[in-house]
Design a protein around this ligand. Structure first.
Ligand SMILES: Cc1cc2nc3c(=O)[nH]c(=O)nc-3n(C[C@H](O)[C@H](O)[C@H](O)COP(=O)(O)OP(=O)(O)OC[C@H]3O[C@@H](n4cnc5c(N)ncnc54)[C@H](O)[C@@H]3O)c2cc1C
Length: 276
């Protein structure tokens, strides 16, 4: 009898990595992903050797090829360099840490996998022989082996373990992404970035981060992160009970706090003070 495939819910970094590990060992798998295959996650993530080195054998790639194929500046011949002097906590980095473009990484991981894009899992029910997966398109899939890799708001977790609490750390974190005209990048951003793809600064307990996602001849895509510990229950920026749909709202108090910051240097000022 042919081996039943492992059903993996979610084709993010976790689900895809599991899929590739199973493929390497000859175990069939089908991944169900609620989003379309493109566009996906056009931004950089920092990868450390401890996470990507074990992957190389699974992917059948050497380190240089892996970095060239996934680095944010790989198409320009770069390897995702991060200068430790540009970081607030350089001790977290080792010399082989680099900036990978998440979409390129996920595309590489998905090679050879059976990913059912735009297949959203609605709920899971336990059956005598395993579980039944109910997809939003009306499909029902019975399986004896399912792995939930569907992220923090997992429907697998909500269905099978509804009382498992969802931990929220007492931190404020906002992030955004924008395209910057080449002339603006060259005059305001490039002098601070030098050879790095990420820069950071700290103002008291606030850590600010800007990273390059992608460079084109006329424009450069950059991401920014604003993060600090929550300042008690009256902190207007800390909203642990906001609905998921509110995740894209940036309240006015955010811009008030940015405007009141002293010592905000370029390009942090430029990227944070724009409202759209
Ligand atoms: C802006 C940003 C920057 C980051 N920077 C870094 C970094 O520098 N370094 C680092 O290591 N990490 C970084 N991370 C975190 C990293 O992206 C996550 O740790 C990682 O993606 C977690 O992988 P995952 O597969 O568990 O979940 P996810 O990547 O969230 O994947 C879950 C997948 O499941 C799908 N899904 C959800 N619900 C369903 C459903 N009902 N049916 C079907 N599919 C579903 C989702 O669409 C998604 O594709 C960053 C994250 C963000 C958002």
């Amino acid at each position: 009898m042919p081996q039943q495939p492992v059903r993996i819910i979610g084709a993010g970094i976790g689900g895809l990595t599991l899929g590739r590990c199973l493929l390497k060992h000859g175990v069939p798998a089908v991944l169900y992903e609620r989003m379309p295959s493109t566009p996906r996650h056009s931004y950089g993530v920092t990868l450390h050797a401890s996470s990507y080195m074990p992957l190389l054998d699974i992917l059948g790639l050497d380190e240089l090829t892996f970095r060239r194929r996934t680095a944010v500046d790989g198409s320009l011949g770069g390897n995702g360099n991060i200068e430790s002097t540009s970081m607030v906590y350089p001790g977290n980095l080792i010399s082989t840490s680099f900036r990978a473009h998440r979409e390129k990484l996920e595309k590489l991981l998905s090679e050879g996998l059976d990913v059912q894009w735009e297949h959203s899992l609605e709920k899971v029910e336990e059956t005598p022989s395993g579980v039944a997966l109910y997809l939003r398109n009306g499909q029902k899939v019975e399986s004896s082996c399912v792995v939930g890799a569907d992220g923090p708001h997992s429907n697998i977790r909500k269905s099978l373990s509804p009382n498992t609490p969802f931990g929220i750390l007492p931190y404020v974190a906002f992030n955004g992404k924008r395209w910057v005209k080449r002339a603006v990048f060259d005059s305001i951003y490039a002098p601070a970035f030098k050879e790095s793809n990420v820069i950071e600064m700290k103002i008291y307990d606030l850590v600010l981060n800007i990273s390059v996602n992608e460079q084109q001849a006329d424009v450069v895509s950059v991401s920014w992160i604003f993060s600090r510990p929550a300042r008690g229950s009256t902190d207007p920026l800390h909203k642990p009970n906001r609905p998921v749909s509110g995740a894209t709202d940036i309240p006015e108090e955010f811009f008030d706090e940015v405007a009141a910051l002293s010592g905000l240097s370029q390009p942090f000022k430029e990227v944070l003070m724009q409202k759209n």
